[in-house]
Design a protein around this ligand. Structure first.
Ligand code: GDP
Ligand code: GDP
Length: 436
């Protein structure tokens, strides 16, 4: 089931990013921070009561040097294209401006559900100002204050009323959903075409089966797959599509809906900083990852080239040490047939469940081999381990004091677990909880 998407639109300085940050909060990441990877704070998952959703701050999408009004129009277009519900934000201290009216017109034509938020209503006396905004034609305005965090519950309650039916099952449980991500020109769309064109696949009817008509479901050797947000099939021609932030947004959304992410690298050009950033998103999201080196036909090779390239990838993507690497060519179709067994394997590992008794045997053996660390005279004691989740596998260790599980020992346990169970291609999360 895809998470509903909320987009915030409105002219600059009405408080969009303030509200976005309030709603997203300081999200506690159980993943270690990846040095050198800055988070783009325009897209995030969030929760409100029992709703999980994603939220976009369209204000963070800068459209080159377009004039002011055009920027806002483009941002509204992103919201209309990407969101299930739009929060249209205005400034309660300034009244309706021409730019607000412009946005209103676009949203009105779009027929997407719109919730009107009047921000900067910092105290009850200012509530009277919000009624002027009825004139925008989106029903009852909701007064909020980003500065004081007021009214956000009401706002999200209203937005959640318009979420699509959350019970809707998007694809069959056994279907492997994968996406191809990578910077422009690495060959994503060529790979998609090569996969769909030459591999003996049966492409299902694209339209109609999903909310997003840009997925490509197909069957190969009896296994169902969907390419999420198929590169290149998406209609082109909108100004914002070439912006860096928008392509990040698309990549994040595709990752979000995938089980397996193929991180595509240009073998001819090698690895650049942007590749690392994109790969970081897949890792952070906890997806199974395959690193695909494309354009291998164009590389001058001897018997060492592949191993050297592999080493370069390992050096650059330390956080993806678990990801298998496949060298292919979309152009010559070389090795493309090797891709599917790898996708199948990593997808299987991503949802693998380990029996508790076997897991505990492995932990006991590991501790016998390499005793737990001590800190200021106290020794880490692991009482019990159990797998609590799949996609990705997450293992909880019940310990005397979680602080005592240092990075290096966590890494040691993870390696032991990987050596025993495989887990090629999937992150494995290890969480320490206190229990004596
Ligand atoms: P954006 O351009 O729409 O993303 O707006 P920002 O979130 O950057 O906010 C613009 C300015 O308005 C900043 O100086 C904020 O501190 C301020 N601001 C945001 N929300 C409120 C609010 O509820 N009340 C007041 N008084 N100021 C706010
Ligand atoms: P995308 O932006 O990542 O979707 O990249 P495209 O699929 O549009 O490919 C970008 C360019 O790389 C095009 O000129 C392709 O013809 C070329 N290209 C793609 N795959 C290969 C390949 O395997 N070998 C070579 N030599 N060129 C390729």
């Amino acid at each position: 089931m895809p998470k509903p998407v909320i987009a915030i639109v409105g002219r600059p300085n009405v408080g969009k990013s303030t509200i976005f940050n309030r709603i997203v909060g300081e999200r506690v990441s159980i993943v270690e921070d990846i040095p050198g990877i800055t988070r783009d704070r325009i897209y995030s998952s969030a929760e409100w009561l029992d709703h999980d959703f994603n939220i976009i701050d369209t204000g963070g999408i800068e459209i080159g040097d377009e004039p002011f009004l055009e920027q806002i129009r483009q941002q509204a277009e992103v919201a209309i294209d990407e969101a299930d519900v739009i929060i249209f934000m205005v400034n309660g201290r300034e009244g309706i401006t021409a730019a607000d009216e412009e946005v209103a017109k676009m949203l009105y034509r779009s027929k997407k559900p719109v919730v009107l938020a009047v921000n900067k209503v910092d105290n009850p006396e200012q509530m009277v100002n919000i009624y002027d905004f009825y004139a925008l034609g989106f029903g009852e305005p909701i007064g909020i204050s980003g500065a004081h965090g007021l009214g956000l519950g009401d706002l999200l309650d209203e937005a959640a009323k318009h979420f699509p039916d959350e019970d809707e099952q998007e694809y069959d449980e056994s279907t492997i959903k994968f996406s191809l991500i990578g910077r422009p020109n690495v060959g994503k769309s060529s790979l998609v075409n090569a996969i769909l064109g030459r591999e003996r696949v049966i492409v299902s009817d694209i339209a109609g089966t999903t909310r997003d008509a840009i997925d490509t479901p197909f069957t190969k050797d009896g296994q169902d797959y969907v390419i999420i947000d198929t590169a290149g099939i998406r209609k082109k021609g909108k100004v914002y599509e070439s912006t860096e932030k928008y392509s990040v947004l698309r990549a994040l959304r595709a990752i979000d809906r995938s089980d397996v992410v193929l991180v595509v690298i240009d073998g001819e050009e090698g690895i650049i900083e942007q590749d690392k950033k994109i790969a970081g998103y897949a890792h952070e999201a906890g997806r199974a990852v395959v690193i695909v080196v494309n354009k291998w036909d164009a590389v001058e090779k001897d018997e060492k080239t592949m191993r050297e390239f592999e080493q370069k990838i390992r050096d650059h993507f330390l956080f993806l040490s678990y990801a298998p690497i496949v060298f292919v060519s979309a152009k010559t179709k070389q090795r493309l047939q090797k891709l599917f067994p790898v996708i199948n394997t990593v997808a299987e590992n991503h949802s693998m469940r380990i029996k508790t008794n076997i897991l505990n045997e492995v932990i006991v053996d590991a501790v016998a081999m390499n005793p737990t660390p001590t800190d200021k005279g106290r020794r880490l004691k692991i009482n019990y381990a159990t797998q609590v989740a799949v996609k990705p596998p997450a293992i909880v260790l019940f310990v005397n004091d979680p602080e005592l599980l240092h990075f290096s020992y966590r890494r040691f346990l993870e390696n032991r677990i990987r050596e025993t169970f495989g887990f090629l291609g999937t992150p494995v999360r290890i969480i320490a909880r206190k229990k004596n």
